[in-house]
Design a protein around this ligand. Structure first.
Ligand SMILES: O=c1ccn([C@@H]2O[C@H](COP(=O)(O)O)[C@@H](O)[C@H]2O)c(=O)[nH]1
Length: 235
């Protein structure tokens, strides 16, 4: 039950390393394929994960003009993936076009329509980055919420947010809105480049549907033990 809520990113640079990780953590049912692996080995990794009956989160964070984002979502939907990310800052027209294109792509390939979820604000950014580097004149929680609402108004079913904002997004966007949270760190794990973190149990209590937990598991000397420790802590 708790394992179903954990998505593990395959942040490795080769298909061989990815397969080795999937085999080592055979109990994990939901895997995330991001930029590093997809740029390195392309859709072959998706075919492998499908052959293992794993669920797939294709996290390529599309961000471009509407026609291009829609084309990318149409193509991605032909692989039978479960979740796809795009940036909310691509805008309403792009998100609406992406949703329609994903429906077309999945239909053409005979797969269920993947869930399109919008990046609100990367979990590696903090309030200072938002105000001083990105020059956004809103408080960080208000900005994250406004991006989630924009995604919802555009017809997307969910968003990616930091666990620190999840309670507010859950309250405003409702129970049906899918909230996927990276930036999750057990107390014993390094934060690395993640700035807005909660522990796994805090994130779930706040209302996250799924937790994306990578390096605390995959960079550990014993990934199986690290995963078991996290599941035990959530319990
Ligand atoms: O805002 C975001 C969006 C996506 N990610 C991705 O999640 C994982 C997190 O990995 P960790 O090793 O647990 O930090 C990674 O693949 C990111 O690309 C994110 O961190 N923040």
């Amino acid at each position: 039950m708790n394992l179903d809520k954990i998505i593990v990113p395959l942040d490795v640079s080769s298909k061989e390393d990815a397969i080795a990780l999937v085999e080592k953590l055979h109990q994990v049912t939901f895997w995330k394929v991001g930029l590093e692996l997809f740029v390195s080995c392309g859709p072959e990794i998706l075919t492998f994960l499908k052959s293992q009956e794993k669920r797939i989160f294709l996290d390529l964070k599309f961000h471009d003009i509407p026609n291009t984002v829609a084309g990318a979502c149409r193509s991605a939907s032909r692989y039978g993936v479960d979740l796809i990310t795009l940036h909310a800052t691509a805008g309403k027209t792009a998100m609406k076009a992406a949703q329609m294109a994903a429906e077309d792509g999945a239909k053409e390939a005979g797969y269920p329509v993947p869930k399109l979820i919008a990046i609100t604000l990367l979990t590696s950014l903090n309030s200072r980055d938002l105000a001083f580097d990105l020059k956004v004149p809103l408080e960080l929680p208000e900005y994250a919420l406004s991006m989630a609402l924009l995604a919802q108004e555009s017809g997307l079913v969910g968003a990616v947010c930091s666990p620190q904002e999840v309670a507010q997004l859950r309250q405003t966007c409702g129970d049906e809105f899918l909230l996927v949270c990276p930036g999750v760190r057990p107390v014993w794990a390094d934060k690395g480049d993640q700035q807005r973190t909660f522990t796994p149990s805090e994130a779930l209590k706040a209302g996250a549907n799924y937790l994306v937990i990578g390096r605390p598991i995959t960079a550990s000397n014993d990934p199986v033990k690290a995963l078991e420790r996290i599941i035990e802590e959530i319990r």
